[in-house]
Design a protein around this ligand. Structure first.
Ligand code: F3P
Ligand code: MN
Ligand code: MN
Ligand code: MN
Ligand code: MN
Length: 545
């Protein structure tokens, strides 16, 4: 008796997507206009002398997903503020101190949490009088997420700011005048929902463009550039998505394995968040295929396969010998050959580009995934209920974060050394932590459906079993675990001696952010809710005029 995922067919029309012909890609006038706007915005940045206004502009550029054009200018401004302009930190204005603190840390400058000490009273608590300063509280709240383990002042800051911001929202006490100017109410709501530091940049840019438009003091050049940049990226995304769709159709997996989720467009959408630099086209195209294969394999293990079949399949991946798979059922042979072709093609491309044979590494990453899938299948068929620790030790791999990042690594790293590859395959803490966020976010979004269909207990159910807790308590605990894991990711991202290149580190952190985005309103990958459809349409298909 096989289980069923009862998945709906893909929401997206593949033929329509394949027929798209986006003029933002071909016409040079768009690129030329973008270039002009970039120069003008740089001039605005250069002319501005008030550091708080400079910081606000940097913040806007980041939210609008434009910061990549201004890396050098942003770093220069922040460097000057960190070295020469202590005024901002000693002015004792909560708003500007917190804004400076967040942006400086975000860009890797060292600022101690003690800059907030002047806002505390003799008992070490934040001063009650600050609670009337909504803009300051909001910045304090946002700043508090840029912390590492043990930074108690920032912990206190988050608790303090959250309580009063929540109260203001509930009591509707945010000044309307203030709000007309800066959208303060909707910004507070948006931030309490997910703080900026945890938000993935590009897929959220559409929300910020709408907010920016409504602001009374805004720079029309910045707005024009934000929309144009989104359109230019969109044209690039469409080209990449078309390549992936062509490949996916050609594998025939959706047709031959109808029990599995057909989610190629979602699989590609993940990549727009995880791999942000425009030039990493190959990385996005590859990762979308990885995601599609993961989704298919996962449904074989979680939904369709019998335990006996799954043992054989895992053994085939251990041996990885295409000439001895005829004892597998046909659907498994097809999937194995699709996986094998993909690994060979990817390794061939990397060999051409980088002169290194990565077949053994790619195979190992898939085997590690399959082994953890098999562990879960055995738990399911034996009725074993793991405790939280046992579950998470397996689940941060079974969520597929390591496989995803392994492929990303070989595509975004310029000079690959033996040392970095070893760090990668010892599953460096950076990989473990960002995969943990992916797992926990996925469990928050998918586990109710999974358990009711028949699956192993996920983190929420493990916590409930371990502690005799309610579902709500368990969800709170899992959200707390996500926050704890973010502290460790921050440490990895800011560490001076990481073996990885800057782009890869960004991808790893953004994998966690993208997961929080995809699962924020339930299961955005498998179930395809209307919010995710709208957000995907904004980024992939709808022109910004
Ligand atoms: C394996 C899956 C996912 C999670 C991984 C995300 C990707 C490929 C971008 C989508 F396909 O979902 P699922 O909830 O079933 O994973 P799980 O490990 O809980 O079975
Ligand atoms: Mn004003
Ligand atoms: Mn699954
Ligand atoms: Mn699974
Ligand atoms: Mn899941």
């Amino acid at each position: 008796q096989r289980r069923s995922g009862n998945y709906s067919p893909s929401f997206w029309n593949a033929d329509y997507i394949l027929s798209l012909n986006n003029h933002y890609k071909e016409e040079s006038r768009h690129m030329k206009r973008a270039g002009e706007l970039i120069v003008q915005v740089k001039m605005v940045m250069g002319k501005e002398t008030d550091p708080v206004v400079q910081l606000e502009l940097i913040d806007d550029l980041h939210k609008l997903a434009l910061s990549h054009h201004f890396e050098k200018e942003i770093k220069e401004i922040l460097f000057n503020i960190s070295i020469y302009d202590h005024k901002i930190m000693v002015e004792r204005d909560l708003y500007s101190t917190a804004l400076a603190f967040r942006l400086l840390r975000q860009y890797g400058f060292k600022v101690p949490q003690e800059v907030f000490d002047c806002f505390k009273n003799d008992n070490g608590e934040f001063k009650r009088s600050l609670s009337s300063d909504t803009k300051g509280l909001l910045q304090l709240y946002e700043a508090s997420f840029l912390l590492t383990e043990g930074e108690m002042t920032l912990e206190l800051a988050r608790e303090f700011a959250t309580i009063f911001l929540q109260e203001k929202l509930n009591d509707k006490t945010i000044d309307d005048d203030d709000d007309a100017d800066t959208n303060l109410i909707s910004c507070v709501r948006h931030s309490l929902d997910i703080p900026i530091h945890w938000r993935i940049q590009r897929p959220n840019a559409s929300w910020w463009i709408d907010a920016y438009k409504r602001r009374s003091h805004m720079n029309p050049l910045v707005l024009e550039l934000a929309k144009l940049d989104l359109n230019i990226f969109q044209a690039q995304f469409q080209q990449e998505l078309k390549q992936d769709l062509g490949w996916w159709k050609n594998t025939c997996l959706a047709e031959k394995l109808p029990f599995a989720r057909d989610r190629l467009v979602e699989c590609y959408f993940w990549c727009t968040g995880i791999i942000q630099p425009l030039q990493h086209e190959n990385a996005r195209v590859t990762l979308a295929k990885v995601n599609a294969l993961i989704t298919t394999l996962d449904d074989i293990y979680d939904v369709y396969g019998t335990l006996e079949e799954l043992e054989l399949f895992t053994e085939a991946i251990r041996r990885w010998d295409v000439s001895s798979i005829d004892h597998l059922p046909n659907y498994m042979q097809l999937c194995f050959l699709a996986l094998n072709n993909f690994v060979d093609d990817t390794a061939y491309d990397v060999m051409k580009e980088k002169d290194i044979n990565i077949i053994p590494y790619l195979r190992k990453s898939w085997l590690d995934l399959a082994e953890t899938y098999l562990v879960e299948a055995k738990w399911f068929y034996s009725g074993h209920k793991p405790n939280m620790e046992e579950y998470l030790n397996n689940a941060w791999i079974s969520i597929s974060g390591p496989v995803m990042l392994c492929h990303v690594f070989f595509r975004v790293t310029d000079s690959i050394t033996r040392e970095t590859v070893e760090s990668l395959f010892k599953y460096h803490d950076l990989i473990r932590y960002s995969s943990t966020i992916l797992r926990l976010a996925d469990d928050l979004g998918t586990s109710l459906e999974e358990v009711s269909r028949g699956d192993v207990p996920k983190s929420i159910q493990c916590y409930m079993n371990d502690n005799n807790a309610s579902e709500e308590e368990a969800r709170r605990h899992v959200r707390w675990l996500i926050a704890e894991t973010w502290k460790k990711i921050n440490e990895e991202v800011w560490s001076a001696d990481s073996p990885f290149c800057k782009d890869f580190i960004a991808c790893a952190a953004d994998m966690g952010r993208m997961a929080q985005f995809m699962y924020h309103n339930g299961d955005g990958h498998g179930i395809q809710n209307p919010q995710i459809h709208q957000q995907m349409t904004d980024i992939l298909f709808e022109q910004w005029l």
